[in-house]
Design a protein. Structure first.
Ligand code: OAD
Length: 255
């Protein structure tokens, strides 16, 4: 069954509320949409401002970095500064609350902004890295500090190679073990949430389908339709910052 709800009338099907209330294991996949209400731009919604004319696929690759390291570094520096000035929103906070309520909770994110951790989520599997960390392009090893001599991108203090953000670019491997852990959680959970992701970048996009195949209740939260919408057990059409807190409240009303 597929229930479409408008955010104005946040009333959920009984089946969804009881699935949540009885769940022993919940897994959640988040994407850029959950941070949109904090003011972090998503990748595929219409872009505005400085970087409006660039496709992420043309900036987030090792080839793009080799071709124009300064531009790619500056794009990430712009995103990093954005992330520094924003705060977690009610969608992030609802997931912290959910983690407190179930025995086994796995939060898998494609986001690199660290907002789940800042909200208070304790176990976060970051599939695409974290924008606040830096590593050496040559050595692929973390770098904590570097000489601030104005060079862009800065240079590795060990080998002199260029520094880059510690994120996963298109064509690169995910952090070791992260996807296997995410897939195991998707296949073992009772309820799987797919929140704020266009569900087009693999392997993350395969997770809700793995959960469906394993028999989980799959709940999508997104204002727009995705390739998951028709197959999800419940497709909640609206914002994460509205639907997630309302769902937590419906499933676990305060005593
Ligand atoms: P996208 O920008 O592709 O998709 C964002 C999704 O969030 C869209 O489906 C929107 O409809 C939805 N959305 C917008 N506002 C929302 C809100 N308030 N609440 C809920 N949903 C909302 O971002 P991702 O799917 O996360 O990878 O993109 C996946 C990956 O592609 C990213 O991790 C990044 C990107 O290129 C790399 O850089 C490797």
């Amino acid at each position: 069954m597929n229930a479409s709800l408008s955010p104005a009338a946040v009333e959920f099907p009984d089946r969804l509320v009881s699935a949540l209330r009885n769940a022993r294991r919940i897994a959640v996949l988040t994407g850029a949409g959950i941070s949109a209400e904090s003011g972090v731009p998503t990748f595929r919604d219409a872009q505005t401002g400085l970087w409006a004319n660039f496709k992420p696929e043309d900036l987030a690759t090792p080839e793009a970095f080799r071709r124009n390291p300064k531009m790619v570094w500056e794009w990430y520096e712009w995103r990093r500064q954005r992330v520094r000035t924003v705060s977690p929103n009610p969608g992030h906070l609802a997931l912290v609350e959910m983690e407190r309520r179930v025995p086994a909770f796995t939060l898998v994110t494609q986001n690199v902004d660290g907002l789940h951790q800042r909200a208070g989520s304790r176990h976060v599997l970051e599939l695409h890295g974290n924008i606040t960390r830096t590593k050496c392009f040559e050595e692929d090893a973390a770098v904590e500090s570097w000489p601030e001599d104005g060079e862009v991108p800065p240079r590795c203090p060990r080998c002199g190679g260029m520094l880059r953000p510690d994120v996963v670019w298109f064509g690169e491997m995910l952090p070791e073990g992260a996807y296997a852990a995410a897939e195991a959680a998707a296949e073992a959970c009772d309820v799987f949430f797919c929140v704020g992701t266009a569900t087009v970048v693999y392997p993350a996009a395969a997770l809700p389908f793995a959960a469906l195949r394993a028999g989980a209740t799959v709940v999508e939260v997104n204002p727009s339709e995705t390739q998951l919408s028709d197959q999800a057990t419940h497709s909640l059409r609206g914002r994460a910052g509205e639907h997630l807190p309302a769902l937590v409240k419906a499933a676990w009303p305060e005593p």
